[in-house]
Ligand binder design. Structure first.
Ligand code: NAD
Length: 296
């Protein structure tokens, strides 16, 4: 079955996700603040429209893939936003990584207007978005996930129901805290080998078959020259921004504070990403933290 979909946020992740839905035969109308992103979407078979409110009013499904909590609040709750225009029974899917509390706030406001909403943040990076192999971590009602599932399967491979509204965000934050820590650890280990005269590819290959193996080492190696088709191979352009990782580590530390969980490494990772961002690297891919680990 094909649907009439509005997709808001055509960035590093949203563009390939929306393209996969358009390729699957859905009528997907894309919106982004950057006209160039919309043009790229249209060139690849997507639709555009001048009137966002009218497009939302006509949509069966609205998907958002925005940077942070405030963008999601603005898009859904703002005057002229999604909740004000979506038709009764429409299904709203927020794939952005945001604060669980904000997810719950927006979902409750949607429910009060007779709209169904799930939080469905993702993991798998831009390659997973392009390849349709993302992992979705869903919070919300079982029945709403059942409605969304066929669509999520056109963008991803693993779809998990984490629990009620906001739970998808909570598990996503746990994952990204671990990811941030692992990326720093992998960078430090490779640097140590290089500083002792080893080839970083040899160090990486050996660790990938040893107990230090992990995703940042094997799939997303941060050291230039070790792997192809990763941000480190293109001066850390594209991918998952340092400032987005910093946001996620902030959410993790905040959530730990509120729940009493002890996350000293998460806090240290947040401080290191903050330092890296302040050095001017905020727009680079998060694997550029390798540079911070580089002695100058
Ligand atoms: P991005 O910055 O590349 O894209 C976000 C897009 O949203 C931008 O193009 C921006 O112009 C647009 N935007 C912002 N406000 C808007 C609005 N009101 N209306 C329309 N468009 C608007 O970010 P991204 O890397 O695509 O990440 C999106 C979300 O996914 C973030 O929450 C991020 O944490 C999460 N995420 C990213 C990755 C990754 O590898 N990049 C992986 C998993 C999850």
């Amino acid at each position: 079955m094909t649907s009439n979909i509005v997709f808001i946020g055509l960035g590093n992740m949203g563009l390939p996700m929306a393209q996969n839905l358009a390729r699957a035969g859905h009528a997907v109308t894309g919106f982004d603040l950057m006209p160039a992103s919309v043009q790229q979407f249209v060139a690849g078979g997507g639709l555009s429209a001048d009137d966002q409110a009218a497009a939302i009013a006509a949509a069966d499904i609205v998907i958002t893939m925005l940077p942070a909590s405030r963008h999601v609040q603005g898009a859904y709750l703002g005057e002229g936003g999604i909740l004000a225009h979506a038709k009764a029974g429409a299904l709203l899917i927020d794939c952005s990584t945001i604060a669980p509390d904000v997810s719950r706030e927006v979902a409750a406001a949607a429910s009060a207007r007779g709209l169904r909403m799930i939080d469905a943040p993702v993991s798998g990076g831009t390659a997973g978005a392009a390849g349709g192999t993302l992992t979705f971590m869903v919070g919300g009602a079982e029945a709403d996930l059942a409605s969304a599932r066929p669509l999520l399967e056109q963008m991803g491979k693993n779809i998990f129901h984490a629990g009620p509204s906001g739970s998808g965000q909570t598990v996503k934050i746990c994952n990204n805290m671990l990811l941030g820590i692992l990326m720093i650890g992998t960078s430090e280990a490779i640097r140590l080998g290089v500083a002792n005269g080893l080839d970083p590819k040899v160090v990486s290959d050996v660790m990938a078959k040893s107990s230090g193996r992990n995703w940042t080492l094997e799939v997303y190696n941060p050291c230039p020259g070790v792997a192809e088709n990763v941000p480190a191979a293109r001066d850390y352009a594209g991918g998952f921004g340092v400032d987005l990782m910093l946001k996620d580590l902030g959410l993790a530390v905040e959530s730990a504070g509120a729940s009493g969980a002890s996350v000293p490494l998460g806090e240290l990772a947040r401080q290191l990403y903050d330092l890296h961002s302040k050095s001017g690297a905020g727009g680079l891919d998060f694997s550029s933290i390798y540079k911070l680990a580089t002695p100058t």
